[in-house]
Design a protein around this ligand. Structure first.
Ligand code: F3S
Length: 748
């Protein structure tokens, strides 16, 4: 058995009483999100009412999931934690590093060869530390988690932003950075600001061409890409019951596009049926037995405005299929208005490629509905105008879809079946195109459509839609085609109207698979080999502890101006391949940050020789001479993703302090976890006092204590000095991290 049934028995046996105690101490009825969060408090003795959006709370998640691009650094850190095995069930999924090119078979061979050392590393670490390993080709992390691990009422963290997909089975599942995953795997508390709650009431029932994807495409238009920040989106209302568990997962998955912490649905028969169809009847029965605890309380449904911070209502019966884009997933347009929008904005009307797959839309239901349209196109002799690419979500889905003839339906109209992996969704797409400079349009069933994401081409206009709408537009090859109202002309010159998509939630003969690609952790320890010559993997040496002295006369490395996100600090794209090699990836450190003194990126003063060089190069030269340096920045430093490389790279290159006007919360925590000093200006205008060739001291560290400011002293090149107060937010534990050199050193 892949999941741990004994753990789940204990979980369900105590879940109801934990919720009851929480409700008593809070003194009111609860939403589903609150029930799950309170039932997962790290310290159950700490029961009290936490203020949403304000209080930081420690939780004890049940599981961890990691994908191969982020798992490398997470596991390298975990190896230094001094633990024998993961404290909670955890899995690694090899899905991001497989490039889509010629088709599944060829591409898998290429990936297995080119990523061999990374896969070998991930599998051996997993085997040694009690972590389940899903081989390349086994499927996309979130689909595999939904099929095997997600459970109603549970709490999970995953090192991928679409982890909330598991909300389709009523789980609070949150995307985090590797350092957070390590906290959970080492059994430490995991901290989160108590999220606000957005209630989305669904009424009516989806019909015709409308699909679960259209619910979130419409909601993205309402909330915009920032509207869900620091909030959990909880769906409720009678409309939820008619949506399949995989459809619910699609909706939760794309909650990441509005910035939501996570999304979730209440437990119902659809979830029960999905658990049973995926060999988890025992879990379904246990969840059935405590059903009322896996839903919001009746008072919440009656009076949602009192319990949610915001309530939005969507009538599924009236919902039109939507198509969102280009360049941002919140540009939502109902299909009836889309042709006009295309013409008005001059989007390239010709649709050049249709792509169906990704963790958002690659379930059996998705494929079967899209296949029904493909079958009609074939039998009605419609010429398919654009190339079609399919990435199944998992080997179980691929095998079953193959057995049931769904893949043949796609192949009959010329589709290429790629590996069960992310592929084009993460930019791992060797697109076959004659001209990269031409403006062009593609439609995908994915979740993100930022410029360059799928094919690296800024001229590509990517639109996201449901798999069925993607299929219809691929057949038409025309962005202005509306399958609800328009006809197509077939090879015989006849006008053909596409029929409404038809599919089944589950395969009529059940799911099947020969080799699901899972490798259970081994009983015996084996040697974890990392080639010292490797360009992609490097053993992580623990960072040195604090030497007990103030940080004196550090040269300024860069004074960054304006936005400085984690992408500016540690770029993605071609640097993805070095995610397991701290030294090599550190070459990208701060290369996107703008130098306040010359307006340039990656050109800073080297105070050793007076020249201008790349930020990482200057930092390396300082480090080689045993000199520490300091980075100065403006507001919300480190916003964006939770990638820990953005904190580890400066740490590795001997940057000791980040002095900013303010920090993004997750990044500030990441800096603290890596033993860095993250401080803010007490008076923001002091930023202006920093000169290009300054040396800066931070003093007061010998009496480093919570709520006690430190002092910065600027030594200007003209011999003058200035000093001012800087503020920190370190608590006792975080000061211990700083002194020990990192949180991991403390854990160890
Ligand atoms: Fe992979 Fe794209 Fe999902 S990168 S995990 S399929 S968002």
């Amino acid at each position: 058995m892949i999941f741990d049934i004994e753990m789940l028995k204990k979980f369900y046996a105590s879940f109801g009483s934990r919720v009851e105690r929480s409700k008593q101490s809070v003194g009111k009825s609860m939403t589903l999100a609150e029930k799950i969060l309170y039932a997962h408090l790290f310290n159950q003795e700490d029961l009290k009412s936490f203020k949403r959006g304000i209080d930081y709370v420690n939780f004890r998640p049940d599981r961890v999931a990691m994908q191969d691009a982020t798992a490398q650094m997470a596991l390298l850190q975990f190896m230094n934690a001094g633990k024998d095995k993961s404290a909670v069930p955890a899995t690694v999924h090899c899905d991001h590093l497989i490039q889509a090119d010629m088709g599944a078979k060829t591409d898998m061979n290429t990936a297995n060869e080119s990523n061999k050392e990374v896969y070998d590393f991930l599998s051996s670490v997993s085997a040694n530390f009690g972590i389940g390993f899903w081989k390349p080709g086994a499927g996309i992390i979130h689909q595999v988690v939904l099929e095997n691990y997600a459970f109603p009422g549970g709490m999970m963290v995953g090192t991928d932003s679409h982890t909330p997909n598991a909300g389709g089975l009523g789980m609070v599942a949150i995307g985090v950075g590797g350092a957070d995953a390590v906290d959970v795997m080492t059994g430490m508390e995991w901290e989160l600001k108590m999220p606000k709650l957005i209630g989305v009431k669904l009424t009516g029932r989806l019909n015709g061409w409308a699909s679960p994807k259209d619910v979130i495409l419409k909601l993205a238009g309402i909330l915009t890409v920032k509207g869900g920040t620091n909030a959990i989106i909880e769906y409720f209302g009678e409309g939820t019951a008619s949506i399949s568990a995989t459809g619910k997962a699609t909706i939760c998955n794309m909650g990441a596009e509005v910035g939501a912490t996570t999304s979730l649905f209440p437990y119902d028969n659809q979830m029960s049926a999905y658990l049973k169809a995926t060999n988890r009847e025992e879990i379904a029965l246990m969840a059935d037995a405590i059903e009322s605890y896996l839903k919001p309380d009746p008072e919440v449904i009656e009076n949602p405005e009192e319990y949610y911070d915001r309530v939005i209502e969507i009538d599924l019966s009236a919902l039109e299929p939507h198509i969102n884009g280009p360049f941002t997933p919140d540009a939502a347009t109902p299909i009836s208005e889309f042709a006009a929008k295309v013409k008005e904005n001059g989007y390239p009307r010709k649709m050049e490629v249709g792509l169906i797959g990704s963790c958002t839309n690659s379930s059996y239901q998705d494929l079967s509905r899209a296949a029904s349209i493909a079958r009609q196109a074939y039998s009605d002799k419609l010429k398919v105008a654009a190339p079609l690419i399919i990435n199944p979500g998992s080997e179980q889905i691929r095998y079953t879809a193959d057995r049931d003839g769904l893949l043949a339906s796609f192949e009959n109209i010329g589709a290429v079946i790629m590996a069960n992996a992310c592929g084009p969704c993460i930019g791992q797409w060797k697109r076959h195109t004659d001209d990269n400079t031409r403006k062009n349009s593609i439609v995908t069933s994915f979740n993100r459509n930022f410029a360059k994401r799928a094919d690296g081409n800024p001229n590509t206009h990517a639109f996201v839609a449901s798999p069925e709408l993607t299929m219809a537009l691929t057949i038409a090859g025309d962005l202005c085609f509306n399958p609800l109202t328009d006809t197509l002309v077939n090879e015989a010159g006849e006008q053909i109207m596409l029929q409404e998509p038809k599919g089944t939630d589950f395969p009529p003969n059940g799911f099947a698979v020969e080799d699901n690609g899972y490798i259970a952790p081994g009983e015996k320890k084996t040697e974890i080999k990392i080639n010292p010559e490797s360009a992609r993997l490097q053993v992580l040496k623990p960072f040195a502890s604090w030497d007990g002295n103030d940080l004196l006369e550090m040269p300024l490395l860069i004074k960054a101006e304006g936005k400085c996100t984690t992408d500016h600090i540690s770029m993605a794209g071609p640097w993805l391949r070095f995610r397991g090699h701290l030294e090599n990836i550190s070459d990208n450190m701060l290369m996107g940050a703008v130098n306040a003194f010359n307006g340039k990126t990656n050109a800073v003063l080297n105070q050793l020789n007076g020249g201008y060089e790349a930020v990482s190069s200057v930092a390396k030269q300082y480090k080689a001479k045993g000199i520490s340096s300091i980075v100065v920045a403006e507001e919300n430093y480190g916003e964006g993703s939770s990638r820990e490389h953005a904190a580890m790279e400066p740490r590795f290159l001997n940057v000791k302090v980040i002095l900013a006007k303010s920090f993004a919360r997750i990044h500030e925590t990441n800096l603290k976890k890596q033993g860095m000093l993250a401080v803010t200006f007490n008076n923001k205008s002091d930023y202006d006092k920093i000169r290009e060739n300054d040396h800066i001291s931070i003093v007061g560290l010998r009496s480093f204590a919570p709520n006690k400011n430190l002092t910065a002293i600027l030594y200007h090149a003209d011999g003058t000095q200035e000093s001012f107060e800087v503020v920190h937010t370190y608590n006792e534990m975080q000061i211990e991290w700083f002194k020990a050199g990192s949180a991991l050193n403390v854990t160890k």
